[in-house]
Design a protein around this ligand. Structure first.
Ligand code: ADP
Ligand code: MG
Length: 265
């Protein structure tokens, strides 16, 4: 089977005010259709840079990136057919304040020229799926942070992309809200079979959600180890206190601890 997304020895060097920053060094990753994987690492290890290289905003210094076997490198303007395959979700949902919740969710349909009753129904279904029916006509300024983040998630799903790229989507929320949205995301994934790449610096969140975690280190930003998470599905919040869950957390804490020690040496 062909990977949905493939990074092949990708590096990115920034030249910032005469200073050379190796944001990503020699990163490789194959994500198969329908997988849920996380990229985990401390701030500054190049996680967001990986995402920006995937949607063509930033060009890699070396290496190749493939989307369904097609190279995205060197395409200054990614064709709409490729862009439509990916839904992007960020920490700040950046909703338009003068649009209602529903209008915000439906906005990508306009961008991609998707018209008709079927697409309109899809928007309403997505709003219902995350329990926001009552707020469809509200302004983003009238709803809570957790609700805003839900809108950000379903807006990225409006045009039915095969892949969801999530860059610390729930990082600004309190822990209880984050856990709730994590579980909703797992539900969405189970129902839709989307391929999900989830970026986080939260170890517990990465273990709870993923089938595989790419653990990264800083300076230079690089892959330290790939950890397969062999916990059964469906996952539940009760699992967080189980010994095998804690074993994964300890293993990753050790990996990250070793990274910071090696920096001191
Ligand atoms: N456009 C840019 N110009 C210069 N340096 C950048 C740029 N974007 C990111 N960096 C640097 O690259 C490194 C990785 O950044 P980033 O990918 O945002 O990390 P993360 O998302 O893991 O916190 C950081 O040192 C950051 O300062
Ligand atoms: Mg980032």
């Amino acid at each position: 089977m062909q990977p949905r997304i493939s990074f092949n020895r990708v590096s990115k060097v920034f030249d910032a005010h005469g200073q050379t920053i190796v944001a990503v060094e020699d990163f490789s990753m194959d994500v198969m259709p329908g997988e849920f994987v996380s990229i985990l690492g401390p701030s500054g290890c190049g996680k967001s840079t990986l995402i920006r290289m995937l949607d063509g905003i930033v060009a890699p210094t070396s290496g190749d990136i493939y989307l369904d076997g097609e190279s995205v490198v060197g395409k200054r303007h990614m064709p709409a057919t490729m862009l439509r395959k990916i839904g992007f979700i960020f920490q700040q949902p950046n909703l338009l304040p003068w649009f209602s919740v529903r209008e915000n969710v439906a906005l990508p349909l306009r961008v991609f020229g998707l018209k008709g009753a079927e697409w309109e129904k899809r928007v309403d279904d997505l709003i219902g799926m995350v329990g926001l029916d009552k707020y469809a006509k509200s302004s983003p300024m009238e709803i809570s942070g957790g609700m805003l983040q839900r809108v950000g998630v379903i807006r990225a799903m409006a045009y039915d992309p095969e892949i969801l790229l999530m860059d610390e989507p729930f990082g600004a929320l309190d822990e209880m809200m984050r856990e709730q949205l994590d579980m909703e995301l797992l539900q969405i994934w189970t129902e839709t079979h989307k391929t999900i790449i989830f970026i986080t610096h939260n170890i517990e969140e990465a273990v709870l959600l993923s089938s595989r975690i790419y653990v990264m280190g800083t300076q230079p930003g690089r892959l330290v180890e790939t950890v397969e998470i062999d916990l059964p599905r469906p996952r539940s919040l009760e699992m967080i206190v189980e010994p095998r869950f804690n074993d994964y957390e300890d293993r990753i804490i050790n990996l990250i601890g070793e990274i910071s020690l090696s920096k001191i040496k």
